[in-house]
Design a protein around this ligand. Sequence first.
Ligand code: GDP
Ligand code: IMO
Ligand code: MG
Length: 416
Amino acid sequence: MPSIAIIGAQWGDEGKGKITDFLSDTADYVVRFQGGDNAGHTIHSKGEKYSLHLLPSGVLRDTTINILGNGMVINPESLVEEINVLKNLGKNPTIYISNRAHVIMPYHKTRDQNAEDTQNIGTTLKGIGPAYQDKAARVGLRMGTFVTPALFKAYLATHFEGVKGNYEGTPEALFQTYLPIIETLKDLVTDTSVILAGAFEKNKRVVFEGAQGTMLDIEQGTYPYVTSSSPSAAGIPAGAGVAPKHIEKVLGIVKAYNSRVGEGPFVSEMEEAKADVIRKIANEYGTTTGRPRRIGYLDLVALKHAHRVNHFDAFAITLFDVLSSFDELKLVTGYNLNGTVIDYVPAELETLSQCEPVYQTLPGFKEDISHLTDWNALPETAKDYLKTIEHITGVPVGMISVGPDRRQTISMTNIF
Ligand code: GDP
Ligand code: IMO
Ligand code: MG
């Protein structure tokens, strides 16, 4: 049962899409298990750039089967749009959607906006939190119900008043709007847990593709400045409908520095002048919302936290090429909490907000590394940066990404 989980080890946008696409070359299945179109996964292939939000990053490979698992919250309009974009580019990927996944309706977006007016989490306003709220409150709309018009109608008749919030549309208009979308999606909706059980029985290669990152996990992240699902490896069994023992390896995707979009404490945040340099080189603007991302030094305290909850077999260090413009490189190795250095992430927001970064400074590398395909060819100072990460976190670096293109990847281990 060769399977691998691609897990964001930071605050999202680590390059999960790129690495998933790279690994899906030899994968039979790529599975999303949480989140929705709050995700924005970018893939560069053969000169084309693709931005995926709901579709798993295996969709560019002809032979890969792509699954949207039960733990996702799916905006059907966005999904149809995304499928159509690919079709217009001549792609016709195989996609299955769990009948247990929850559906995002326009009123979820209204409620997201209304909650933001007072809470200011900096959400993507895609309706993610409210859809998960309805799921937990046991009043949500699931895909299997949605694609069966009679059941969808009955759902609206029973639940609309209770879930609509300040949304001003009518249930009748909603029903009519969604009929053509239902027609497009209905044949893709099925029990994906059964498909995956069959895949494991046949020893197929399965990649689980996380969205967001561990520090945005509702359980393990910087609550309440988190998303409303579990992007860490623990979210896979629940969100894909597979047994925990089917997760064989966990690859932590680590941006060579830190970025964060949205509000919330960010201990390793950089001075704005330096952040802006990185933002420009790496185009650090949200794939989904276009917001400028906040930039920080690589936070090894947060990475150790992520490793504890995910038990990474290896790291894939991404955007490593971006660091080549700096004379020196800083790593955050501890948090100074009122005079005491700690090496863990405090759970309480108030305490975390008081933490100051403790740095280890290393010499930088000025060489262009974006064409390299071999670890041995890396400058010694670049190797030292990676070795320090390995030493402090205890996780080996198994892959390095030195550019957005598929081919700009150095792979030291055969991960499958
Ligand atoms: P994801 O949400 O984790 O899939 O990451 P995003 O796609 O939102 O953000 C990562 C960004 O970095 C995208 O624009 C990628 O094209 C780009 N990218 C990925 N890997 C590399 C890399 O190694 N070097 C550079 N320069 N860009 C990269
Ligand atoms: P990918 O998969 C980075 C952030 C939002 C906000 C918080 C809650 O591309 O890495 P939500 O809309 O989920 O309720 O917003 O989570 N966020 C992301 N940040 N990358 C993402 O996805 C994100 N998805 C949500 O900015 O701070
Ligand atoms: Mg992203």
